[in-house]
Design a protein around this ligand. Structure first.
Ligand SMILES: Cc1cc2nc3c(=O)[nH]c(=O)nc-3n(C[C@H](O)[C@H](O)[C@H](O)COP(=O)(O)O)c2cc1C
Ligand SMILES: CCCCC(=O)C(=O)O
Length: 379
């Protein structure tokens, strides 16, 4: 792995090793992908202010995330179908996060179940919840997260309907995926390493939501399945209902608007995530980094503001922190590592970002995460 020096290198190997239908599912965005591109492009407009001759010999990258110490201001974001990128992918990613001292978020749409992950890792992890129409099932899911000792609930609120991802439709990336389509079978035949990894994994279907999946003869598009299962009536009043079941910390993920951020404060969440779902939902929405400063201005002293969208380097983490985020989630950056090399690839992705962040801090003349604010930016 010596030749791997940046997240883009991991992406390239992921693309080579994982079938196209699964790589594209990770890599691409919704509709014309304007927001997906903006997430990356807008980072590049943010320039640092280099400072020299500051003693930077004792840099500390650790911080607190919702009251817990973390080695880095970084969180592995919830990513559906992670176990299709690499066998038992959720367990590998969670272990890598815990070894690195950062939180891992398990998606409702994971392949390994809550119970599987809990049985195979050392420490508590976070659980991301999608609210489905069947509220009895949602309640049971939250109770499973409590039983699995999850230490935070991340309620994702930007996907009650799904933004269409053209490439997924073209590739047969349905629920479940059409792997027996001739084109996909031919592609899979050229990816023996992936096949071996998947066959070695314990789980091959969505572990948390058995009973809510279409039968294998009833292949539907993801959008049809989401429309049939996800509750479009979800609204602020439901937060009280969730609170009545979930006693722990609540993080609301998917906020892009200052008024919504204020409502998240009012709802009593411990944190919110400024996120456009990695450019996979409302195409034409602004980049996450564009809206971050306004959200921080409005509510940053009342609620912990987290950030995600487009982070591919430690420089990007530094930019988000400089704009007021307290910590950052990464999605694709670690999944590229997982698809390329399994657990060690996730560790590699975290290490790359950590080293880049450390060097960037040094060259900007800061020694701690708490010191990072807009004074590190060239205005
Ligand atoms: C393949 C993939 C699957 C995702 N699945 C979920 C999910 O199940 N739940 C969720 O809240 N967010 C999901 N997201 C969004 C991520 O949590 C995160 O918001 C996004 O990836 C951040 O952008 P980035 O990939 O540029 O870092 C997914 C993202 C990707 C790339
Ligand atoms: C049906 C939701 C799939 C997971 C997800 O959130 C995503 O693909 O972005």
């Amino acid at each position: 792995m010596k030749q791997i020096t940046c997240i883009d290198d991991l992406r390239e190997i992921h693309q080579r090793r994982v079938p196209k239908m699964f790589f594209d599912y990770v890599d691409r965005g919704s509709y014309a992908e304007e927001t997906l591109r903006a997430n990356r492009d807008d980072f590049q407009d943010i320039k640092f202010r280099q400072r020299i001759l500051v003693d930077i010999s004792e840099r500390d990258l650790s911080t607190e995330i919702i009251g817990e110490r973390a080695a880095l201001p970084l969180i592995l974001a919830p990513v559906g179908s992670t176990g299709m990128q690499y066998g038992d992918g959720e367990i590998h990613a969670c272990r890598a996060a815990q070894a690195a001292g950062i939180p891992y978020t398990l998606s409702t749409m994971s392949i390994c179940s809550l119970e599987d992950v809990a049985a195979n890792v050392e420490q508590p992890f976070w659980f991301q919840l999608y609210v489905m129409r069947d509220r009895g099932f949602v309640k049971a899911l939250i109770e499973r997260a409590i039983a699995a000792k999850c230490s935070a609930l991340v309620l994702t609120v930007d996907l009650q309907v799904i933004g269409q991802r053209h490439q997924d439709i073209k590739n047969g990336m349905s629920v479940p995926p059409e792997i027996f389509r001739l084109k996909n079978l031919i592609d899979i035949a050229t990816k023996p390493r992936w096949v071996k990894g998947i066959l070695a994994g314990k789980s091959r279907n969505f572990g948390n939501i058995a009973g809510h999946l279409p039968g294998s003869k009833d292949l539907g598009s993801v959008s049809a399945w989401v429309a049939s299962q996800f509750d479009p009536s979800l609204n602020w009043k439901d937060i009280d209902w969730i609170r009545s079941i979930w006693p722990g910390k609540l993080i609301i993920k998917g906020i892009l608007d200052v008024e919504d951020a204020a409502l998240a404060v009012k709802a009593g969440a411990e944190a919110l995530v400024v996120s456009n779902h990695g450019g996979r939902q409302l195409d034409g929405a602004p980049s996450s980094i564009e809206v971050l400063p306004d959200v921080v201005d409005a509510v940053g002293d009342q609620i912990e503001v987290m950030f995600d969208g487009g982070i591919r380097s430690g420089q990007d983490v530094m930019r988000a922190l400089a704009m007021g985020a307290r910590s950052c989630m990464i999605g694709r950056a670690y999944i590229y590592g997982l698809g390329a090399f399994g657990g060690p690839g996730v560790t590699k992705a975290i290490d790359i970002i950590k080293n880049e962040l450390s060097t960037t801090m040094a060259l900007c003349g800061v020694n701690s995460i708490e010191e990072i604010d807009d004074h590190v930016l060239a205005l």
